[in-house]
Design a protein around this ligand. Structure first.
Ligand code: PGA
Length: 254
């Protein structure tokens, strides 16, 4: 099965509405012919503006987090239905910054994943080991644990939409990407675990992204790997020049 490549930009806590709109306007002519799906995870406050700017283009807009509840007394939180209401089509869940800085655990992330699936908001679920876990030889144990806990109760058919991103914590924002071989090893491990627990079809359909210091210079080599179906890009998604080159990684080869 051919899985369509997916390139996701994660803007984190950057860009106002105006900056979002002008970024998208500038990006559009460079990506209309791209063979990948293009997703931009923007700050909550820019979703509506970005979705309007990207409407009827190849770019889909999404969020970087949400709460699992439908509504209620949860000060400062945002529900899936609210994201859909302003034009979000997907949501990143369990990013390592959420796990580390905001103490989100896999059980909480699992509730969010189920809510997103129920509300038909495409979830991108992040997993990844820390440097210490890698050095202690615990990478696979950590990945398995995060995958199984975050995806508990998910059905095989959910892998039609559900995306998993492998983001080694030591590669995020450090400028030091995993080598294609290291990333591929983790990706093939993740796919094997999905196969073991959710079946052949789920594993075959699963879109697996790599994230962590992706740049125009390393995008094509990472995408060459059999189990890398796409990229989750932080820092380099803030510049139109860098992001368009990542989206068009195929034309940069050779
Ligand atoms: P980076 O971030 O590309 O800046 O390393 C990736 C991410 O956090 O998703």
């Amino acid at each position: 099965m051919m899985r369509k490549p997916v390139i996701v930009g994660n803007w984190k806590m950057y860009k106002t509405k105006e900056e979002a709109a002008s970024f998208i306007k500038e990006l559009i002519p460079h990506v209309q012919q791209a063979s990948s799906r293009i997703l931009l995870a923007v700050p909550f406050t820019a979703i509506q503006t970005a979705a309007d700017a990207a409407s009827e283009t190849a770019i889909a807009i999404g969020a970087q987090n949400m709460n699992d509840a439908t509504k209620g007394a949860f000060t400062g939180e945002i529900a899936a239905s609210m994201l859909l209401d302003v034009g979000a089509q997907f949501v990143i869940l369990g990013h390592s910054e959420r796990r580390q800085l905001f103490f989100e655990d896999s059980a909480f992330i699992n509730k969010k994943v189920k809510r997103a699936l129920k509300e038909k908001l495409q979830p991108i679920v992040c997993v990844g080991e820390t440097l210490q876990e890698r050095q202690e030889g615990k990478t696979e144990e950590r990945l398995e644990q995060q995958l199984l806990k975050s995806l508990k109760g998910v059905k095989a058919k959910d892998f039609d939409t559900l995306i998993v991103a492998y983001e080694p914590v030591w590669a995020i924002g450090t400028g030091e990407s995993a080598t294609p071989a290291i990333a591929e090893k983790a990706h093939s491990f993740c796919r094997a675990k999905i196969k073991e627990h959710f079946g052949d079809e789920a594993a075959e359909k699963l879109t697996l992204l790599y994230g962590g210091s992706v740049k125009p210079e390393n995008a094509a080599a990472l995408m060459e790997e059999a189990n890398i179906d796409g990229l989750l890009v932080g820092g380099a998604s803030l510049s139109v020049e860098a992001f368009k080159n990542i989206v068009n990684y195929k034309t940069l080869v050779g």
